[in-house]
Design a protein around this ligand. Structure first.
Ligand code: PMP
Length: 316
C-alpha cells in the first residue's frame, strides 16, 4: 500500500552557488525527507529489518535513544505500521524536538547529558527500558540496518546523481551510519575518493579518527553530531581524515545556507558545508565534494543561535 513512507529518500543533490565561491560542492538535501531529516531512511530500514527477522510484531513498542530526528522518523513509521513509540533524549536537545515528538504521540523521557558509558545516559536508559518492559530497542548506534541503508541506498543515489564522480564525501557522525555506509560504498566504487569526518570542536571523534586515541571531551552546541566515544556504527577504517568546525562557523554557515541559498537547514548542515568548503578549497580532488544537509531549521527555532538572528542585523 502506498504511504508517506514511500516518499522517503530520492532527495535532490544540489550544487551550492552563492556560498561556494566557485568551488564544486554539492549538497544532498536530506532535510526534504517527509519527517524533515536523513533519519527517516534509517527509521524505515530498522523497522523493515526487525519485521523481516520476526523480532518486531504489530502492537509492540519501539524505544530509541534519539537526538530527536530518529524519533520523528520512527514516529512516522510507527503511525503507518501500528507501533507505539518511546523516545529517550538527553536534556541538551532543543525544546522544538521534544515538542515535535510529543505532538507525534511519542512518550518522551529526558535524561542527563551523560556519556554513553554512564548508566544515566540516554542510550543506557533506552536499553534498560527495552529489557525491563519487553520493548524493541531500535538501537541506531549499533544496529547494522542503519549502515546498510546508507551503503545500499543513499550512496547509490549519490553515485547516480554525480555520474559516478565524487572527489570527497565530507560529513559529521552521530551514529556514524551515514559516513560509514556511504563511505564504504563510495570507496568500493571510486578508488581515489576521500572520506572525511566533519566534527564539532569539542567532540572527541576527530582526534580518534586521526590518531586512534579519543580527544578531550568538551562541550558544543551543534546537535546530532560529534561524541565523547565512538559509536559501534562508526567504522574508522573508511575515514581518511577529519575537519574540525567551531559552533560559530557552523551556525554562521547554516544562516548563509538559509538566507543565501534558500536551503532551510539546521546547525549540523552548517558544520558539514563549512568542512566541505575547506576540503574543496584545498583542491587535488578527483571530482566534486559531496556533503549532506541532515535536517531542517524547524527543529531549532527556539535555540539561542537561531533566536539571536531576530535581533541581529542580517549578515552579522
Ligand atoms: N545531523 C543531525 C541533525 C542528526 O540528528 C544526525 C544523527 N544523529 C546526524 C547529523 C548524523 O548522522 P549519523 O547518525 O548517520 O552519523
Amino acid at each position: 500500500m502506498v504511504s508517506v513512507l514511500d516518499t522517503i529518500g530520492g532527495t535532490p543533490l544540489l550544487p551550492l552557488t552563492r556560498v561556494a565561491g566557485g568551488l564544486d560542492v554539492r549538497v544532498k538535501c536530506e532535510h526534504m525527507n517527509p519527517g524533515g531529516s536523513i533519519k527517516d531512511r534509517i527509521a524505515q530500514a530498522i523497522v523493515d529489518d526487525a519485521e523481516r527477522r520476526g523480532v518486531l510484531r504489530s502492537g509492540m513498542t519501539l524505544v530509541e535513544a534519539t537526538a530527536g530526528n530518529t524519533g520523528v522518523g520512527l514516529a512516522l513509521v510507527a503511525a503507518v505500521r501500528g507501533y507505539r513509540l518511546c523516545c529517550v533524549m538527553p536534556e541538551k536537545m532543543s525544546l522544538d524536538k521534544r515538542a515535535a515528538l510529543a505532538a507525534l504521540g511519542a512518550e518522551v523521557i529526558i535524561t542527563a547529558n551523560a556519556p554513553p558509558s554512564s548508566p544515566q545516559s540516554f542510550r543506557a536508559v533506552a536499553a534498560r527500558l527495552a529489557a525491563e518492559r519487553g520493548w524493541f530497542c531500535t538501537d541506531q548506534f549499533a544496529n547494522p540496518a542503519n549502515v546498510r541503508v546508507h551503503e545500499e541506498v543513499t550512496a547509490a543515489e549519490i553515485l547516480t546523481q554525480t555520474g559516478g564522480r565524487v572527489g570527497a564525501f565530507v560529513v559529521g557522525a552521530g551514529t556514524g551510519g551515514t559516513i560509514t555506509g556511504v563511505g564504504r560504498r563510495l570507496k568500493a566504487a571510486l578508488p581515489n575518493v576521500r572520506i572525511l569526518l566533519a566534527d564539532p570542536e569539542g567532540s572527541a571523534l576527530a582526534d580518534w579518527v586521526e590518531t586512534g586515541r579519543l580527544g578531550v571531551d568538551g562541550s558544543y552546541a551543534v546537535e546530532g553530531i560529534g561524541a565523547s566515544e565512538p559509536p559501534a556504527n562508526l567504522d574508522r577504517s573508511v575515514i581518511d581524515g577529519a575537519v574540525r568546525v567551531s559552533d560559530a562557523d557552523s551556525f554562521a554557515m547554516a544562516r548563509r545556507l538559509i538566507q543565501e541559498e534558500g536551503l532551510l537547514v539546521g546547525g549540523s548542515a552548517g558544520t558539514n558545508v563549512a568542512a566541505a568548503l575547506r576540503v574543496a578549497a584545498q583542491g587535488g580532488l578527483d571530482g566534486p565534494v559531496v556533503t549532506v544537509l541532515p535536517d531542517g531549521w524547524d527543529r531549532y527555532r527556539t535555540t539561542p543561535w537561531m533566536r539571536a538572528w531576530a535581533t541581529e542585523p542580517s549578515g552579522s
